[in-house]
Design a protein around this ligand. Structure first.
Ligand code: PLP
Length: 337
């Protein structure tokens, strides 16, 4: 039996059917020829509402994060570069920063698991080259007003502010608009097409910034970073707004169901604007994760991270999947208590 994957914030309903059809129609020469993804880049720029010269497509946003880190580290005048990030955070931030020889400066979130820009400002050092923030935040799902990121970006200059907007479609807010990037040249927004558009297996992401800021990053991204299947799929996925909007609505209903269920079961949750919900299940967290796995449902144990003691993260995807999780969670909680 295939497990229900609610542990990596993927799209539990799959990609748009139009994407599947496009992929099926690709022929032998698509596999044989190097990919051309200018059309995919233009489609992404149209979707994001910026000119194509503001966009660099990457092999998933993971590659975008690696690229931004490498670009930020090109200036070695101060010795070992510092990277400032909130914790908990997406673990690729720290992975890239340390793999490329940087030093990680970790700033805990507030008790309500929101990003506190003043704490990030206070953590800046003369060697800070890059600051990582995420909105909505992963793993908490919390958001803060966009203006806070705008002013934070100004204050961290000349360091880069990397704003990870992987979950922005679910929240319905984005900092991406052309004027922002001319006003704030050290701002780089990361976007992923893995989650809302359901393309995680194809690996498509984007860096969005002022063209001059992107230039050193373009030199770092490998020339054929997107494969031909991803390049063919992306414009189709971006064009199918009806499918995307249906899924966003499903995720919102799933979140509501999870919050209501947790309230009834006496479990703490945080207000999430993303396609997942952080839930404090308490000290029996590993038993609960294991019992759910036995029932064929995978959720993510985040209990070892700062501020997330006793917590699991559950993907809020298609409503039918969430209903199945809720039923299993109720059974499991009775059993382990
Ligand atoms: C999933 C995720 C990504 C990576 O997305 P890909 O485009 O699949 O590489 C980046 N940032 C955050 C916060 C994520 O949760």
């Amino acid at each position: 039996m295939n497990s229900l994957r609610l542990h990596l914030n993927e799209n539990t309903a799959g990609c748009s059917p139009a994407v599947a059809e496009t992929l099926r129609a690709l022929g032998r020469s698509t596999a044989a020829f190097y990919p051309d993804y200018d059309e995919a880049r233009d489609a992404a720029a149209g979707y994001l509402g910026v000119p194509p010269d503001h966009v660099q497509l990457t092999n998933g946003l993971d590659e975008g994060i690696l690229t931004v880190t490498a670009a930020a580290f090109r200036d070695r005048t101060g010795g070992i570069p510092d990277v400032v990030s909130v914790v908990p955070a997406f673990d690729v931030f720290e992975g890239c920063a340390t793999a490329l020889g940087g030093r990680m400066v970790s700033v805990p979130l507030g008790d309500d698991l929101t990003t506190r820009p003043d704490d990030l400002r206070a953590a800046l050092t003369p060697n800070t080259r890059l600051v990582f923030v995420t909105n909505p935040h992963n793993p908490s799902g919390t958001t803060i007003p966009l203006d806070a990121f705008r002013s934070l970006a100004r204050d961290v200059a000349p360091a880069l502010l990397f704003l990870d907007e992987t979950y922005t479609e679910f929240a319905g807010v984005t900092l991406v608009e052309p004027a922002v990037f001319s006003e704030i040249p050290n701002l780089v927004v990361g976007r992923s097409f893995s989650k809302a558009l359901g393309l995680a297996g194809l690996r498509t992401g984007a860096l969005v910034a002022n063209p001059a800021t992107l230039e050193p990053m373009r030199q770092i991204v490998p020339v054929f970073s997107l494969n031909a299947w991803a390049a063919a799929a992306l414009p189709v996925a971006l064009a199918d707004r009806a499918y995307r909007d249906w899924y966003i609505a499903q995720a919102a209903e799933s979140r509501t169901l999870l919050v209501e269920t947790c309230a009834r079961l006496g479990l703490h949750t945080w207000p999430s604007a993303a396609n997942f919900q952080l839930v404090r299940v308490g000290s029996r967290v590993s038993a609960i994760v294991a019992a759910l796995a036995e029932r064929g449902i995978l959720v993510r144990d985040r209990s070892r991270e700062h501020g997330c003691e006793g917590c699991i993260r559950i993907t809020a995807g298609a409503l039918a999947d969430t209903r199945r999780l809720v039923e299993a969670l109720e059974e499991v909680l009775c059993a382990v208590r």
